[in-house]
Design a protein around this ligand. Structure first.
Ligand SMILES: Cc1ncc(COP(=O)(O)O)c(C=O)c1O
Length: 476
């Protein structure tokens, strides 16, 4: 049985004023389906119910559903309603990330760079070490010993004494978060999260049965630590998942005193700290970061990966865990996979023996791309509120007319794929309409083209709204 989405809930997910035009309503629902806010298999309200809930005519909703059916996003059958489907076979799933509708388009939906120069040499050097690996069975449920040693040394150098057996190598940071969720979360457990965050991590907790409890975090501002402490004290929370360093998507950095206060509250309430440090090394301006959250609470689970400063294609991440949590993690992993690919771990070990050249090349590239994107936005889209992030991989732009979903739908018509702000929000997605995430992981030439398309989309949307006339809700 598919879940039914009520007309009231669907109407609440749309940005008001809904249905200024038929196009607008169709675009908004399409975005909700394409970015996963309405999942495949959900049953939409009837055309009549949606018309009543949004105040548009029945002819309009009929036209909207007809268009969604034509686009392959909706299947309607007499007696069983309209069910959402996602028109991509498994084999084309990667095209969701890599290319928009046609090859001339641009996707700024992911903040993932191409491999930095020098990585090819690490692959060659790893090949020279292959004979040693090939003479083993190659199953490494907790990771390649040489890599675990290098990662432990890296933490020790940062002031966090770590033994290699505290490291569990995973297939990326998301796989690490997902493993933590599967190992420790039980149905209905509360997990404190930031209200704006990396959405797949939240989804990993939800799929393990967690109830997410969001606390606010704002760009360039503090985390609402007071609200977080109050929430932790109000009832048992199994865990808190936070991104304190160059937070994705806001790029905010949690201060030392905020880390101290939160870590104390977590210790006192027995809450497991799950700290995602994937962005910590993407420190473009050499900011003096506060110590790792792990320095404030020894029982913290630290999650990290090679994806951002080295290459997402390696698919190697890891967890630094307190000794007593290592076995539960490895056991939970055994039900899912039996280890991360051995050769890629050899490659990462090779990079970590001399990380400077590869990391410097990656950071130099990001820095110039960030500066380029910020300059382009200032020139072509001065209406957007853009702060230059000191680290991370994207600009979190403020939109004066709070129309992220509409703007993203318009940009798609110009061959530019973006992720609308609400996708990053848990709890109050409508707040995300005021934001747009713009990654700078692509070349300056691609960014030129992307901003050009975005500016055209922005203009187009404004023209649509210009003749709106007096506001209907202002009745005197
Ligand atoms: C905060 C955060 N965690 C995890 C991930 C996923 O990383 P990985 O590619 O290592 O799975 C990302 C990717 O953008 C991220 O930003």
């Amino acid at each position: 049985m598919s879940a039914t989405l009520s007309a009231a809930r669907l109407a609440a997910a749309l940005t008001p004023p809904v249905g200024v035009a038929y196009r607008d309503l169709a675009d908004q629902i399409r975005m909700l389906i394409v970015d996963g806010r309405i999942t495949a298999g959900s049953r939409l309200p009837s055309e009549r119910e949606l018309a009543a809930a949004t105040g548009v005519s029945r002819t309009t909703t009929a036209r909207v559903y007809a268009e969604l059916r034509e686009a392959g996003l909706l299947r309607s059958r007499r007696g069983s309603g309209s069910v959402v489907c996602v028109p991509f076979g498994e084999s084309s799933a990667s095209s969701l990330i890599v290319t928009p509708a046609d090859d001339t388009g641009i996707a700024l939906t992911y903040a993932a760079p191409v491999a930095p120069s020098g990585l090819g040499r690490a692959f060659e050097a790893a090949t020279a070490r292959l004979p040693g690996l090939l003479s083993t069975p190659g199953y490494l449920p907790d990771g390649l010993p040489a890599l675990r040693e290098l990662l432990a040394e890296r933490y020790a150098a940062r002031g966090l004494p770590t033994s290699p057996d505290q490291i569990v190598v995973t297939s990326g940071a998301l796989s690490a978060v997902s493993l933590v969720a599967r190992a420790f979360v039980e149905q209905g457990d509360r997990v404190l999260v930031e209200s704006v965050s990396y959405p797949h991590a939240h989804e990993a907790f939800v799929s393990a049965g967690a109830r997410l409890m969001p606390v606010p975090v704002v760009a360039d501002g503090p985390w609402d630590v007071e609200a977080a402490v109050a929430m932790l004290s109000s009832g048992r929370h199994l865990a808190a998942y936070l991104i304190p360093d160059f937070h994705n998507p806001t790029a905010a950095v949690m201060s030392e005193s905020e880390r101290g206060t939160l870590a104390r509250a977590m210790r006192q309430t027995g809450t497991l700290a799950v700290i995602d440090e994937s962005m910590r090394d993407v420190n473009l301006d050499g900011v003096a970061l506060p110590p790792s959250f792990g320095s404030f609470d020894r029982d913290t689970l630290l999650v990290d990966s090679a994806s951002k400063t080295i290459w997402g294609g390696l698919r190697v991440g890891w967890i630094r865990a307190p000794h007593d949590l290592v076995m539960p993690l490895v056991q939970a992993r055994m039900m899912h996979d039996l280890g991360t690919a051995a050769f890629e771990q050899l490659v990462l070990a090779e990079v970590l023996r001399d990380p400077e050249p590869v990391m410097t090349s990656a950071l130099d590239g990001f820095r110039s791309q960030r500066d380029h994107l910020v300059a382009l936005l200032a020139e072509h889209l001065p209406e957007l509120d853009v702060a230059r992030p000191a680290g991370g991989l994207s600009v979190w732009a403020g939109l004066p007319d709070h129309n992220s979903t509409r703007l993203v739908a318009a940009a798609r018509d110009h061959g530019l794929l973006l992720t609308p702000g609400p996708r990053f929000f848990t709890g109050a997605p409508i707040a995300g309409e005021a934001f747009l995430r713009l990654p700078y992981t692509q070349s300056p030439a691609v960014l030129d083209d992307a901003v050009h398309r975005l500016a055209k989309a922005y203009e187009g949307r404004r023209a649509d709204h210009a003749p709106a006339g007096p506001r209907l809700d202002l009745i005197a």
